[in-house]
Write a protein that binds this ligand. Structure first.
Ligand code: FES
Length: 208
């Protein structure tokens, strides 16, 4: 597993991450600190993103999580490789996570995929663009089908996407701009286009 030259020789939680560890561990009963494996892997991945520009979890970071939690490293490897949210290989600055599950597919996710390929030059899944900016991953339903199709960029959801809005978004990211996430059609959360059409006269009276 992961025996390649991209693996760094060492990893240590930095000051910013270390400041968060006691708060994370305090959420679990004494002796059950292994339950913190998910948030600590997430902490390691975010530190890598913050310090190297690539949010991933190298094996030495998994080893450090194991050491902090008093777990066998293999148990941390099992968790890190099971969940899609943890990247076990380097990713670009912008991790494009394309939902192609049925609702998004019916609403045009194929067009979003093609637009991503066109702008980034990426041919296949899990590949990173030559400029190091983008990695494309295919993901299952991300739970926002109501505004399908969804393109997740790092932590942000861009919704109601099509080919044109995808190209526009990626070109903005290339320029160093980060457009606001949400519906690119300007929908209010998941309300119909043009605004809500129900409960429009309802007023909330806490005294009633
Ligand atoms: S199918 Fe894409 S968000 Fe649910």
């Amino acid at each position: 597993m992961m025996a390649d030259s991209t693996q760094p020789a060492s990893f240590a939680f930095d000051t910013e991450s270390n400041a968060k560890i006691p708060t994370i561990l305090a959420k679990y009963p004494p002796g059950k600190q292994a339950s913190a494996v998910l948030p600590l892997l997430d902490l390691a991945q975010r530190q890598m993103g913050r310090t190297t520009g690539s949010a991933w979890v190298p094996r030495v970071a998994m080893d450090e999580v194991a050491r902090v939690l008093g777990m066998a490293p293999i148990r941390v490897y099992e968790v890190a490789t099971f969940y899609l949210m943890f990247n076990t290989e380097p990713v670009g600055k912008y991790h494009l996570q394309l939902c192609t599950t049925t609702p998004c597919w019916l609403r045009g996710s194929d067009d979003v995929v093609q637009a991503c390929r066109k702008v980034t030059g990426i041919k296949g899944w899990k590949e990173t663009s030559a400029d190091g900016l983008f990695t494309m991953s295919e993901v299952e339903c991300v739970g926002a089908c109501v505004n399908a199709p969804i393109l997740q960029v790092n932590d942000d959801f861009y919704e109601d996407m099509d080919a044109a809005s995808t190209e526009k978004l990626l070109e903005a990211l290339k320029r160093g701009e980060v457009p606001p996430p949400g519906s690119v059609k300007g929908r209010q959360t998941s309300a119909p286009e043009g605004g809500p059409i129900t409960l429009t006269t309802l007023t909330f009276n806490p005294a009633e």
